[in-house]
Design a binder for this molecule. Sequence first.
Ligand code: AHR
Length: 497
Amino acid sequence: MAKLYVNPKVKKGHLNPELQGHFSEHLGRCIYEGIYVGENSEIPNVNGMRTDVVEALKEIQVPVLRWPGGCFADEYHWKDGIGPKENRKKMINTHWGGVVEDNSFGTHEFMELCKQLGCKTYINGNMGSGTVQEMSEWVEYMTFEGVSPMADLRKENGHEEPWKVDYFGVGNENWGCGGNMRPEFYGDMYRRYQTYVRNYNPNAPISKIACGANAGDYHWTEKVLETTFDHGNGYMDGLSLHYYTLPTGDWGKKGSSTDFDEKGWYATLNRTLFMENLIKRHGAIMDQYDPEKKIGMIIDEWGTWYDVEPGTNPGFLYQQNTMRDALVAGINLNLFNKNCDRVKMANIAQMVNVLQAVILTEGEKMVKTPTWHVFNMYKAHQDAELVESTIETKEIGMDEFKVPNLTESVSLGVDGKLHVTLTNLSLDEASDIEAVFTETAVKSVKGTILTGGMKAHNTFEEPDAVHTENFDGVKVDGNKITFTIPACSVLHLEVEI
Ligand code: AHR
């Protein structure tokens, strides 16, 4: 019997809703078709945003959305995407699939989408190929209330009031598609560009996010912080980190999303758990410059990255999503919770039809993926307080791909209940668990479980093959509960105390 110790009296930090954030790029069928179908589409929509998708996203309480990229942001010139649609430039999306980008989804449409979702806005600026003036004018266009050329232009385009930009990314992957810069050069560029990301509304300050490292590039983190460090207060609110889980670790042959074996299962989960090393090691460097942890680690791209589905455009990054992805999501979200002292936002890549999507669409059809169900279970952690917890685990896995059999995190939710989220990484072994709540009597427990075979997934023909069910097998005894978590599953327990 594995023991899970929970001490509700010891609070470990606030769980920003943004830890469950999302990312949407002009890539494949994420924005176009997946989210935006235009006002004249036969697919039911409100101001061009498809109703089924918006409803499904509202259900998981999307807290924040990053846009327009990714690498697309490094070539995005925002003025191409405003004004009458018939006048907007048509161009090639050079990065993703060479398809025509007609700019019908631009700043106004993004803000409309966030309004419908009720989420915060995270705009990623173009430092790779854009000018300081262009970035500064975009901020002015979106957020300045008074009289100015950009505010007037916004009003001419039909939006009188400024919008709230919650987060602004000063560049994306500037070590790669964002200009192939060295960290010292990026650091200097960051100092310059961020100067003109002005806070026009002191009551609604913009949080500025600097471009952080690619996975284990600790040199980048070190040098960017060293270069920007003495620049004064408020120069940086967050530093990003991008890390994708590739089953093979090989960009040339990543592996299939649905056709994998036991080794592919454990290799993927083992590589997912590397996220913890990344948080600790980048975090340790950040601690040297920012011991008070004022700068958030912003993991604004994470998720699985497989070979595209056979027969689909390789530039569209369309992949299926199985129980393996559900485990990846559950493990990562638990890790973000556990490291909430430093990690302040995380954005899964990407929201619809791209990489580890929570939603897949095909014409007018839509499916919620296993990953969607995990977000739906974990939403109870949003705005909660992380409490102290530890679980006894054993090492399982295959060959060099070892993993603990269980991961967990526990929070005291805004509803006054404890929320325990657990993942069982084993493919064949259920685990008996006794959870002990320090000096806290348990009144009742409600459970929800997502489980199935390792390759189980939802298709347009069988959209509900993987779904959550009530989990009834919990016995309560004073300050203890006992239950058995099945193999290959993600579990949410709502504990009334
Ligand atoms: O999410 C797909 C791509 O991955 C993004 O455009 C880029 O930032 C990253 O390399």
